[in-house]
Design a protein around this ligand. Structure first.
Ligand SMILES: *Cc1c(COP(=O)(O)O)cnc(C)c1O
Length: 460
């Protein structure tokens, strides 16, 4: 690449409009936190200064995406915006058939209902909340086959998203290939901390699944960020473009679910893409029940236009360098302060190891949930829990006790500045200095599904 080595990751854009934020006092934040039951999901966004709750749907769109918005075709059937989106997906990801959905989980619902039968096993490289739930609702059981390194927040393996083929083989031997409708492979594994899968691993997985007649369904939510890491870290890919790498990744899989709210730089949207005509036929029938006609699937024509432009922009080398560079900058500031974070620094955010940050709190006292509340109180920075609360309960009612008890600082794309990153790290460092005084929370309300969204807590 022609970018000089000792140049910063500065953004390949400038600002034309800004969004003004409300600044709050500590007293106001304490009141807001109490009203929210110490769950950062329940805060009013208005009371948040820097919002790192998620990188999902929080992207800043470009001037080109906003222009495309105006050219959206809102025809109920056969909208030209659909054909533009379809062609963009075929060109950049290489999949044959496309069913638009309003977001990623709707695509997960379709593929789970179509492919999973009661009693089936779905191996995957770490669970994702909505993905696993749809697999379970369809009668399947998720089995984690990610490499052990992914569960160790201090391990610096460059591809912590990799599938452990021995684990997969053990599952195949135990249940038989006919019980496995597909292997679910996420690129840039969200729950592992935004960690990539290597191309070598994908190739080996393709070979193995071919031999056993098992499909691969790709959770491609952050595939371009994964491609950037392959370009930076994997032998033989330094001179390949992100666009080429993304196409190669997708070529080892049979279909994909996509949340366009991440990589694709929009605020809403998603799709199911698939190479098999019969599955496509069924998905096209089913999408009408849940989302809308197969040429809009829950999206407005203008949304499909913005997704199409966003997909192309996500392939830009300078964009990904600044995107991942900003996250690395924040992570390195945290490391300078001695804050325990998951390493290597991931693609879409920083993940603090709450067990190491608050070693005096047992997991039943919700250390990550507690820490997220403390950071909000200190500075109005909103983060979220990815630990025991997010992991939820097993179908038999027992709590999952995940190894990783993390606080997630997800960085929206093209939204915040380097000075914002400094404030985030400084505030976390201040909470870190006073960590001995932090006592934990107790859960006082627990919803049945995906409890992390609505659970309420009280301080001990
Ligand atoms: C966000 C996400 C999804 C679900 O997509 P939505 O658009 O939020 O429904 C699925 N998998 C992963 C890895 C995600 O990050």
């Amino acid at each position: 690449m022609e970018t000089p080595k000792r140049r910063s990751w500065a953004e390949p854009y400038r600002m034309k409009m800004v969004e003004l934020l409300k600044m709050t006092t500590r007293e106001e934040r304490l009141k807001a936190l109490q009203d929210a039951g110490y769950n950062t999901f329940l805060l009013h966004a208005d009371d948040v200064y820097i919002d790192l709750l998620t990188d999902s749907g929080t992207n800043a769109m470009s001037d080109r995406q906003w222009s495309a918005f105006m050219t959206g075709d809102e025809a109920y059937a056969g909208s030209k915006s659909y054909y533009i989106l379809e062609e963009t997906i075929q060109t950049h990801y290489g999949y044959k058939y496309v069913v638009p959905t309003h977001q990623g989980r709707a695509a997960e619902n379709l593929i789970s209902q179509i492919l999973i039968k009661k009693g089936d096993i779905v191996p995957g490289n770490m669970y994702f909340t909505t993905t696993r739930l749809h697999q379970e609702l369809a009668g399947g059981t998720f089995v984690d086959i990610i490499i052990d390194e992914a569960h160790d927040p201090t391990n610096e393996h460059p591809f912590k998203g990799n599938v452990d083929l021995d684990k997969l083989d053990a599952v195949v031997r135990q249940y038989g290939a006919e019980k496995i409708p597909y292997v679910c492979v996420a690129t840039n594994v969200n729950m592992a901390g935004g960690q990539p899968v290597s191309m070598a691993n994908l190739k080996a997985l393709r070979e193995y699944t071919h031999k056993h007649g098992i499909r691969i369904i790709h959770d491609m939510t952050r595939v371009a960020e994964n491609a950037y890491f392959i370009q930076q870290r994997e032998n033989g890919y330094q001179d390949k473009s992100i666009k080429e790498i993304v196409l190669e990744i997708c070529s080892y899989t049979d279909g994909a679910t996509m949340s366009a709210k991440k990589d694709a730089l929009v605020n809403i949207g998603g799709f199911l893409a698939i190479n098999d005509w019969d599955i496509f036929e069924e998905a096209r029938n089913l999408v009408v029940v849940y989302e809308g006609l197969h040429t809009y699937g829950g999206m407005a024509g203008r949304d499909m236009e913005a997704v199409a432009v966003g997909i192309a922009e996500s392939m830009d080398e300078h964009h990904q360098r600044a995107r991942v560079g900003q996250v690395e900058y924040l992570g390195n500031r945290m490391i300078e302060f001695g804050i325990p974070i998951v390493k290597p620094i991931g693609g879409h955010g920083i993940f603090i190891d709450a067990k190491a940050f608050l070693p005096h709190l047992k997991q039943d006292l919700f250390p990550a949930q507690t820490l997220a509340a403390e950071i909000y109180l200190d500075s109005g920075v909103r983060t979220m829990e990815r630990g025991i609360v997010s992991a939820g309960r097993k179908p038999n009612g027992e709590n999952y006790y995940p190894n990783l008890e993390l606080v997630r600082f997800t960085v929206p794309r093209r939204v915040y500045t380097q000075a914002h990153m400094d404030v985030i790290a400084e505030s976390t460092a201040e909470v870190f200095e006073k960590r001995d005084r932090i006592k934990g929370l107790k859960m006082v309300y627990e919803p049945k599904y995906l409890r992390f969204f609505q659970a309420r807590f009280e301080p001990l």
